[in-house]
Write a protein that binds this ligand. Structure first.
Ligand SMILES: *Cc1c(COP(=O)(O)O)cnc(C)c1O
Length: 247
């Protein structure tokens, strides 16, 4: 466990990394003429131990992102039982319908809703297990590559069509539609992708004015994401170091 006062080498390493990321965010906000208070820094702790979640929280990073239910639920339970820090848990990974009943019990925000059956399963689970609505972002595909997840922008009646997914989330009484999430495509430059994402959010807001959150930007592209209106950046290895396993 962490020594009292967090005076271990790992804490020092994380403190330096967090300071580095925060200064990148501050510079990106200054360049974009944005208030840094508009941008939430989410520490993505997948593959890292609960101790690192606690270290980040002690450094002021209390928004934590995870992409696997089993790992996330274990960490959330451990942090909750220690009782020292209040964490906002963000579920950012591919989500199977049969995991919804677990995820709604610890997650505060789900970023990765990209099809109608998933929205319905999440809604059912939220109404059964939650006392407060679950914040939801609809994940969109920026390159149309179905295998990488995300709702599809230009299709009609499919379960993966953005219009249908937005409508399903909006109609669910226990889900609160907050905005959009995306991952920049592997091949192309993040600037083009995030520029397109931002104009998509503006169009979505015509129908859903309360959908104001934009979850975009990871370790390699936070500057570009912030230039294009990101409100939630999901930063993993720039804060935690190289992940032990690639997932
Ligand atoms: C792992 C992950 C991140 C963080 O990636 P880094 O490149 O390590 O910053 C962000 N978003 C999602 C959806 C992820 O799975």
């Amino acid at each position: 466990m962490i020594p009292p006062g967090g005076a271990d080498l790992r804490t020092a390493e994380l403190a330096a990394n967090v300071a580095g990321v925060r200064s990148r965010l501050a510079a990106a906000c200054a360049a974009a003429n944005r208030d840094p208070g508009e941008v939430t820094l989410i520490g993505v702790t997948k593959t890292y131990p609960t101790e690192d979640v606690v270290r980040l929280a002690a450094l002021g990073v209390t928004d934590i992102g995870e992409n696997r239910d089993q790992e996330a639920s274990t960490k959330a339970a451990a942090v909750a039982s220690a009782g020292e820090f209040e964490i906002t848990w963000h579920f950012i990974g591919r989500l199977q319908r049969n995991k919804c009943r677990s995820v709604v019990r610890y997650a505060d925000v789900v970023h990765s809703v990209d099809n109608v059956p998933l929205a319905l399963a999440l809604s059912e689970a939220a109404s059964r297990y939650r006392t407060t609505p679950l914040d939801v972002l609809v994940q969109v595909s920026l390159d149309g590559d179905l295998a990488r997840g995300g709702a599809i922008v230009e299709t009609g009646q499919s379960d993966r069509a953005l219009k249908q997914v937005l409508a399903a989330v909006e109609a669910a009484p226990d889900l609160r539609l907050r905005g959009l999430m995306a991952v920049a495509p592997l091949e192309c430059c993040p600037d083009d992708a995030f520029c397109g994402l931002h104009s998509l959010l503006c169009r979505v807001r015509d129908d859903y004015p309360h959908a104001t959150w934009l979850s975009a930007g990871m370790s390699g592209d936070v500057e570009s994401a912030i230039a294009h209106g990101s409100t939630h950046v999901r930063v993993g290895h720039a804060m935690l170091g190289k992940r032990p396993l690639l997932r």
